[in-house]
Design a protein around this ligand. Structure first.
Ligand code: FAD
Length: 410
């Protein structure tokens, strides 16, 4: 650790940013959290969805102990309980935020981070670069200002930055023009979002658990409102949209895969599934009240018309934040290179078998700048909270220079 106590800037008050702040607090390191929205903003946005991993995997011993020290009556969900994102915020993340004594600046977005006085290309490999503080461009209520920090933990996740639904990952023709009218997130079709979708025809794009969640919600809506119709499009040529994990230990996850695959193949659900299909073009009709969609299946094109579009096609890290820093990124995943290399070398595609790859994989050429949490996986969707908690433990061994430090054990 430097002779004077370093100031830590934590970007994002999601599960990993908050856990990092708690760790800093225990080590008596001053920190400021910058959060663009509310505490747990991203989790809150998909809060109607149940987590696959049981609560026992989604909280740390350090967090539980600290919350109980402040309120001995606090009741955590059971270790086996699969709770919703909203409950995770209410029953763990908010109580955690409440006991932090550092500053949490909500509704405050970090736009850019740079090295004070140095451009990206300057001081490569020079220890003097690491001695300069970081300069943060921060936006609060449309007012911009600069702030400084000595260590930056970028825990901003990926959920705010969607990918595109067109061929090869670029936008479909017309997609950028109608972007504000497309839902790229997990719509609460049985709750807040319901009235927008009742008896509408909807295009759903994507082959992951998010698309499966969306389609399952729409199918339930269609049971009550039977002219709700879903066209579900995936790029893969599998006959069933979801690839099941053999003997999946996460029961909720497997249940969702089975239910969504059934919906795709059953003739009596209001779901029409089209595999091996690309969205090629989108044309708005009647002032964005409906959309003409050109779909390509193999060499064949057909045009359909829908009222709504939900594109659950994945998320990507916001790299603009550290554009002026010396961050070595993976050319395939956009994750920080050392961790991405370790991840690409690990054989399994099941997130449950992922392990932390150690503190050294968190380093990148920019001294004292670390990317943690789901953002550290770039476009790789196998990140689990459990891994992020381990990253927090690992990064503080680097920050303090104490190799064996583990506050989860002590
Ligand atoms: C639907 C869904 C279900 C999931 N289920 C599970 C599960 O069951 N188990 C599991 O282990 N994992 C699950 N995950 C994966 C992962 O654990 C979560 O995405 C988790 O929220 C990641 O935590 P995080 O702190 O890294 O990032 P996030 O939760 O994404 O938090 C990032 C925070 O940073 C803020 N932010 C973003 N940009 C800025 C900025 N420029 N300035 C300031 N603040 C900013 C955001 O508002 C947000 O609050 C799930 C993910 C999704 C999307």
């Amino acid at each position: 650790m430097a002779a004077t106590t370093p100031r830590i800037a934590i970007l994002g008050a999601g599960p990993i940013g908050l856990e990092a702040a708690l760790y800093a607090q225990h080590l008596k390191l001053p920190f400021t959290i910058y959060e663009q929205g509310r505490v747990g903003e991203h989790v809150w946005r998909w809060g109607h969805v149940k987590l696959f991993s049981p609560f026992g995997m989604n909280a740390t011993p350090l967090g539980r102990k600290a919350i109980l020290a402040a309120d001995s009556e606090h009741e955590f969900p059971g270790d086996d309980a699969c709770i919703s994102g909203r409950e995770q915020v209410e029953r763990y993340l908010k109580p955690l935020a409440d006991i932090l004594d550092g500053e949490i600046k909500t509704e405050t977005r970090v736009i850019n981070v740079a090295r004070a006085g140095l451009y990206k290309q300057e001081g490569v490999g020079d220890v003097a670069r690491g001695k300069q503080p970081f300069l943060l461009l921060v936006r609060e209520r449309n007012q911009d200002r600069y702030e400084e920090a000595d260590i930056v933990l970028d825990c901003t996740g990926t959920y705010s930055h969607h990918r595109w639904m067109g061929p090869s990952g670029i936008p479909a023709l017309g997609e950028t023009q109608v972007e504000p009218h497309i839902a790229y997130n997990l719509v609460d079709v049985l709750g807040d979002g319901k009235r927008d979708y009742i008896n509408k025809s909807v295009l759903v794009v994507g082959a992951g658990y998010s698309a499966a969640t969306t389609v399952s919600g729409f199918a339930k809506l269609a049971q009550e409102h039977d002219t709700t119709w879903i066209t579900w499009v995936t790029r893969s040529s599998r006959t069933q949209p979801l690839k099941r994990i053999a003997n999946d230990p996460l029961r909720e996850r497997d249940r969702l895969a089975v239910a969504a695959n059934n919906l795709a193949t059953r003739a009596d659900a209001n779901v029409e599934f089209r595999g091996n299909t690309i969205v090629e073009a989108i044309e708005p009709q009647a002032g964005n009240q409906s959309f003409k969609i050109v779909l390509r299946t193999g060499g064949q094109r057909r045009t359909i018309e829908v009222d709504k579009i939900v594109a659950n096609v994945g998320y990507t890290p916001d790299r603009a934040i550290y554009r002026e820093l010396q961050v070595h990124e993976c050319y395939a995943s956009f994750g920080p290179m050392k961790l991405a290399a370790a991840l690409s070398g690990s054989a399994s595609s099941d997130c449950l078998t992922q392990v932390s790859h150690g503190s050294e994989t968190l380093r990148n050429p920019e001294p004292n700048f670390y990317i943690l949490g789901s953002k550290s996986y770039g476009r790789d969707s196998h990140f689990l909270l459990r891994i992020g908690f381990e990253q927090v433990r690992d990064v503080f061994t680097l920050i303090t220079g104490k190799a064996g430090l583990d506050l989860y054990k002590s």
